[in-house]
Design a protein around this ligand. Sequence first.
Ligand code: KG4
Ligand code: ZN
Length: 344
Amino acid sequence: MSIDQPLVLGIETSCDETGVGIVRGRELLSNALASSVELHARFGGVVPEVASRAHLEAMLPTIELACSQAGVSLSDIDAIAVTAGPGLVGALIVGVASAKALALGLGKPIYGVNHLAAHVMVDELEHGPLPEPVIGLLVSGGHSSLIKVSNGDFTSLGQTLDDAAGEAFDKVARLLGLPFPGGPMIDQAAQNGNSNAINFPRALRADPAHAFNFSFSGLKTAVARWVKEQQRLGNAISVPDVAASVQEAIADILTSKAIAAAVDQNAPHLVIAGGVAANSRLRALAAERCAVAGIELRIPSPTLCTDNGAMVAALGSHLFRVGAAPSPVDFPATSTLSVNEVLF
Ligand code: KG4
Ligand code: ZN
C-alpha cells in the first residue's frame, strides 16, 4: 500500500444509480454502474422505495464488476468511501450498510462522504489536482448548488429554492409529452428549435438577496401556461422551439450566476457537474461566457458528471491522502447533509 496512491473503492447509492468505482490516487481504474432509471420511468420520477430495493439487488454484482474491471481483488483495497448524504435516506442506507460491512470485513478505514463534494472532486480524475479557490456548479435531478472550494473547505454559496435544474427539464419534458428522464430529450429536441422563440422567465436574475440562489418552479408553470394558451388559440405547438427556449432559459441563468459567483469570490476556475452538465447548450454557453470572463472551465465527461461510484472514490482518495481521520463506524446516512460537512 502506498499513502500517496491509495487504492480506494467508492460506493454511491444516493438516488437511482448503484455506482461502485475504484481509483488509485487520482487514477480511475473502474466505474461500474447499475441504474434503476427504467423502473421509475413509468412513474415520471424516482420512487424511493423502488430505488432502495434495486440498490440492494445490484450492490454485490456491481462491487464484483468494479473489482474485475479494475483488475484488483477486495483484499487489495486500502480504504472504502461511501456517500453518507445528501440523498434518499432508504437508498443511502443500502450503500452505507454495505460499505460498513466491507470495511469491517476487510479491516480497512471507511470514509462516509458528502455527495455534492464528490461531484466536484471527481474532476481530479480527468483534469488533475483541483485549483483553489474553485467554484462548483452542481446541477442534477436532485440538486442545483453553487459551491466554493478553498483550502480544502467546501462552502455553499447558494442553491435552488424549489425545483432542481434537472427536475425542471424533466417536468417540462413531461408537459411536452416527452419520456423521463426528460433532460436528454429536451436537449435533443432543442437541436432543431429556435431558442429565441419564447422568452421564458429567468427567476431571481436581479435579486441581490438571492444572487447565488436559483428558482425553477416558475419556469415549469410558465411553460404550462404558454402551452395552454396556444391550445386555447388553436395554434400548433413546436416542441423543438419550446425545448430550445426552455433550455436557453436554464442555461442562461445557471451560467450567469456561476460566473458571477466566480467573479465575486475571486475564484478564476469553474467546475460544472451533475447530470445536467451533459446538456449541450449549458456546456457551450458556459465555455463562451467563461472565455469572456477569463475563467478556466472544467467539465468532467458525462459518465463522471452523472451519479457514479468513482466520484465517491475520488473524494475518499483525497481525504486519505491528506490524512483525514476515517469516519466512526456508527456514522449515519443523512438525507439532508449540507456541503460543508464533507466527511463524517
Ligand atoms: O446527476 P444525475 O444523473 O442524477 C441525480 O439527479 O442526482 O442527474 C439526472 C438529471 C435528470 O434530471 C436528467 O434529465 C438530467 O440530469 N440530464 C440532462 C441531460 N442529461 C441528463 N438535462 C439536460 N440535458 C441533458 N443532456
Ligand atoms: Zn448527484
